[in-house]
Design a protein around this ligand. Structure first.
Ligand code: ACO
Length: 321
C-alpha cells in the first residue's frame, strides 16, 4: 500500500463585499428575520456583484491559500474546483483559475456534486496524490448560487449565498497525518428533492433551484450521521477523539442534530451558516478557512468534514491537520 498521504498545508477564502441581511429579504419576499433565523440559523449572507463570478472568487480564495502556504504557483500540478455554478458551460472553472494564477501545465477540471462537491473534490485529489500522480493540488469550492436562486421563491432565496474557499494539498511520505479517509455516496433516486428546473441540454439556461426542503432535511440528518459513522469506524476512532466538526453549512438545526449524534459540544463545531448562508460547495472550505485564520484549528488536531447536497449526494472526510 502507498505510504503517501495528502496534507492540507494551507487554506484561503473569499467573500463578496455585499451583505444581504434577513431584514432586506423582508422587503423582497413574504418572510421575516425571525422565520429565517429560527428555521435555518441564517442572519445574513454575502451576494456577488455583477462583476464577481465563480472564477473571480475562486481565484481570490486560491491566491490566499497559495500565499498562506508560502509556495510558488509553479509548484502546483493540479487544480480541482467543486462548483455547480461555473462561469461558462466550458471550459472549466479550474482551467481559468490555472491560467489566472500562472499554474503550469498539469491536471485541471471541475467536479459537480452540488453541496457535497468539496468533499468529492477532496477525495478525488487525495486519490491522485496517493496514486503518485500529483504532488500539490489546489482544491477549491466556489459558487455564485445567487445566479440559480429564484428570487421570488421565499422557501429557497433566503438560504443560498456566494463565496469561495480553497485548500492546498501536498503529498507527504511516511506521515501519520493528512487525509485519513473519505467516504462518498450518491442516490439518484432522490434527485427530485433538489434540482434546477433547466440546463444546457434542456432549456439552454441554468434554471432555478427547486427544493423539497422538509424531505431534504429529514434525509440530511440520517445520511450525514451515517457518513460520519463510516469515517470513525474506518479509522477506529471514537467521537470524542474528534477535535472539530466542519459541516456543510446548510442549516444550523441539521448541524446541531449531527453534533448531538456525535456527542460533540457545539464549541467544537465550526458554525458559519449564520453569516455565510448556504454557499453550496464553497461552504466547508469557507468555514474551515475561517477557523484556521482564527487559530482555532491547530496542527495534529482531527477535523471531520461532512456534507449533503442535491443528487442526493453526501459524504465525509477525516483529516489530521
Ligand atoms: N418565510 C416564511 N415562511 C416560509 C418561508 C419563508 N422564507 N419559506 C417557507 N415558508 C413557509 C412554508 O410555505 C410553509 O407554510 P405552510 O405550513 O403554510 O405550508 C412553512 O413555512 C413551513 O415550510 P417548510 O418547508 O416545511 O419549513 P421547514 O421547517 O422544513 O424549514 C428549510 C425549511 C429551512 C428549507 C428546511 O427544510 C431545510 O433547511 N431543509 C434542508 C435544506 C438543505 O439542507 N439543503 C441541502 C443542501 S442545498 C444543495 O445541495 C444545493
Amino acid at each position: 500500500m502507498s505510504s503517501i498521504r495528502s496534507h492540507i498545508i494551507a487554506s484561503g477564502s473569499y467573500l463578496p463585499e455585499r451583505i444581504l441581511t434577513n431584514k432586506e429579504l423582508e422587503q423582497m419576499v413574504d418572510t421575516t428575520d425571525e422565520w429565517i433565523y429560527q428555521r435555518s440559523g441564517i442572519k445574513q449572507r454575502h451576494i456577488a456583484s455583477e462583476n464577481e463570478t465563480t472564477v473571480s472568487m475562486a481565484v481570490e480564495a486560491a491566491r490566499k491559500a497559495i500565499r498562506n502556504a508560502g509556495v510558488s504557483p509553479q509548484d502546483i500540478d493540479g487544480v480541482i474546483v467543486a462548483t455547480t455554478t461555473p462561469d461558462n458551460t466550458f471550459p472549466s472553472v479550474a482551467v481559468s483559475v490555472q491560467a489566472a494564477l500562472d499554474i503550469p501545465v498539469g491536471i485541471a477540471f471541475d467536479v459537480q456534486a452540488v453541496c457535497t462537491g468539496f468533499v468529492y473534490a477532496l477525495s478525488v485529489a487525495d486519490n491522485f496524490i496517493k496514486g503518485g500522480q500529483l504532488k500539490r493540488v489546489l482544491v477549491i469550492g466556489a459558487e455564485k448560487m445567487s445566479s440559480v436562486v429564484d428570487w421570488e421563491d421565499r422557501a429557497t432565496c433566503v438560504l443560498f449565498a456566494d463565496g469561495a474557499g480553497a485548500v492546498l494539498l501536498e503529498a507527504r511520505e511516511d506521515s501519520d497525518g493528512g487525509i485519513l479517509s473519505t467516504h462518498l455516496y450518491a442516490d439518484g433516486r432522490m434527485k427530485e428533492l433538489l434540482y434546477t428546473n433547466g440546463g444546457v441540454s434542456t432549456t439552454g439556461q441554468s434554471g432555478k433551484i427547486v427544493m423539497q426542503g422538509r424531505e431534504v432535511f429529514k434525509n440530511a440528518v440520517t445520511l450525514m450521521a451515517d457518513a460520519v459513522t463510516a469515517a470513525l469506524e474506518k479509522n477506529n476512532m471514537q467521537p470524542e477523539q474528534i477535535d472539530w466538526l466542519v459541516p456543510h453549512q446548510a442549516n444550523s438545526r441539521i448541524i446541531e442534530a449531527t453534533a448531538r449524534k456525535l456527542n460533540l459540544p457545539m464549541e467544537q463545531v465550526v458554525l458559519t451558516v449564520d453569516h455565510h448562508g448556504n454557499t453550496s460547495a464553497a461552504s466547508i472550505p469557507l468555514a474551515f478557512d475561517e477557523a484556521m485564520q482564527a487559530g482555532k484549528i491547530k496542527p495534529n488536531q482531527y477535523v471531520l468534514f461532512e456534507a449533503l447536497g442535491g443528487g442526493l449526494t453526501w459524504g465525509s472526510a477525516l483529516v489530521k491537520i
